[in-house]
Design a binder for this molecule. Structure first.
Ligand code: ZN
Length: 407
């Protein structure tokens, strides 16, 4: 398990939002090729990397029962927010508690106070980087776990299961992880992403998400002769941002089930300016309310600029997967049972974000998210424990057998 994981994290697979290609970076295929060849070597004859950077493979059923086809999915790319080049993993064996200082940069300290989950890792082997890059446990822990579970099924043909599909995606971190997935070729009925944080957790709920652009058309004149005429688009845009709620409704003032309205870009000149927003809420009505609030703020500001105009465009990004998963409660029930059989207390929770599973669910493939054990992802303090990864492998194995039992 650890060997696999260490083999994958040293391959740089950082994605790049500014690239128009799929995969966004060619180097993601380096890992894809390795995974496809390892799966083939295990005996999965159809394992392959396609031209868009997706890896597909099938573990054939070994039961006479008619079992729904389930898929396990992880992403190969790492976050553009933190370097993934020259990753040098280190293992803290039999962790005894206390802060972990990373060897190549002593300013990088994984503090128990900030990472209380370390308190549950006493005696475990913890894998970190040397402090100069991210680790990439997000989501190579999930990949290694799925690979290890596949290996287990091939080595233990007496353990009964239906057809199992394996899917590794590129570009999840830039929101394009399922853009070019071929669901017909995949042929799965239900899927699980293995991309969650704490051992024992399963997530069946994500944000619903829209993107909004407000474009302001001001009135331009020569600044020397502008009195009573000029309506400055940059100033109008600034007034809008300044009028947003300050103590509620923003990422820095909300938690749990609260949504937000969040400006992410602003550009412009005298004549025209644009503000980009992301809107997040667990309920679709909450999204609508926040968009109405935004429009009422814009209208209010525009009253002071009678000859200027605005345009508001709303784009759907993804929807709360719970709307789909609630129609197939067995996907979550079986996963909770699998976590229990792996010796953990199952914990059902929600993600303040989206996953590949949010979009897969609405594309017709219900897809909750199961823990991979990754922590402090997208940062140089990222860590994962060997024991949590092993629990994830057991969960995957139990889950496939439970689908067979209940068929
Ligand atoms: Zn991830």
């Amino acid at each position: 398990m650890t060997e696999r994981f260490l083999r994958y994290v040293v391959i740089d697979t950082q994605s790049d939002a500014s690239s128009p290609t799929c995969p966004s970076t060619e180097k993601q295929k380096d890992l894809g090729r390795l995974l496809a060849s390892e799966l083939k070597a295990m005996g999965l004859a159809d394992a392959h990397l396609d031209e868009h950077g997706y890896v597909y493979a099938t573990i054939p059923a070994n039961t006479a029962k008619k079992v729904p086809v389930i898929c396990f999915c992880s992403h190969m790319d790492t976050s553009p927010d933190c370097s993934g080049q020259n990753v040098k993993p280190q293992i803290v064996r039999q962790y005894r508690g206390g802060d972990i200082t990373l060897p190549a940069d002593p300013t990088q300290v994984i503090r128990v106070a900030e990472h209380p989950e370390l308190n549950n890792q006493i005696g475990n082997d913890i894998i970190t980087t040397d402090g100069t890059t991210l680790l990439g446990a997000d989501n190579k822990a999930g990949i290694a776990e799925i690979m290890d579970a596949a290996h287990f099924f091939i080595q233990n043909p007496k353990v009964k299961h239906g057809t199992i599909k394996i899917l590794f995606t590129p570009d999840e971190e830039i929101g394009r992880g399922v853009d070019k997935v071929d669901l017909k070729k995949l042929g799965a009925d239900f899927a699980y992403t293995i991309d969650g944080e704490t051992a024992g957790h399963i997530e069946d709920e994500t944000f619903s998400a829209d993107g909004v652009t407000i474009t302001i058309e001001g009135v331009s004149t020569h600044p020397g002769f502008a009195k009573g005429k000029m309506e400055h688009a940059i100033k109008i845009a600034s007034a809008i941002v300044d009028s947003l709620p300050k103590t509620t409704c923003s990422p820095e003032t909300t938690e749990d089930k609260e949504g937000f309205l969040h400006p992410i870009s602003m550009s412009g000149a005298l004549e025209q300016a644009a503000i980009g927003f992301i809107v997040r809420d667990f309920a679709d009505e909450g999204l609508k309310e926040k968009e109405q609030l935004l429009e009422s703020i814009v209208k209010d500001v525009m009253k002071d600029y009678p000859r200027s105009t605005y345009r508001m465009e709303v784009r759907e990004q993804y929807r709360n997967m719970k709307q789909v998963i609630d129609r197939h409660p067995e996907t979550v029930d079986y996963a909770m049972e699998a976590i229990r059989r792996a010796g953990l207390q199952p914990h059902r929770s929600s993600v303040r974000g989206g996953t590949d599973g949010s979009r897969l669910s609405f594309m017709g493939l219900p897809c909750p998210n199961i823990f991979a054990g990754e922590h402090a992802f997208h940062s140089r303090l990222e860590w994962v424990s060997r024991q949590d990864m092993e629990k994830a492998v057991q969960t995957i194995v139990h889950l496939a057998t439970i689908w067979e039992e209940r068929a």
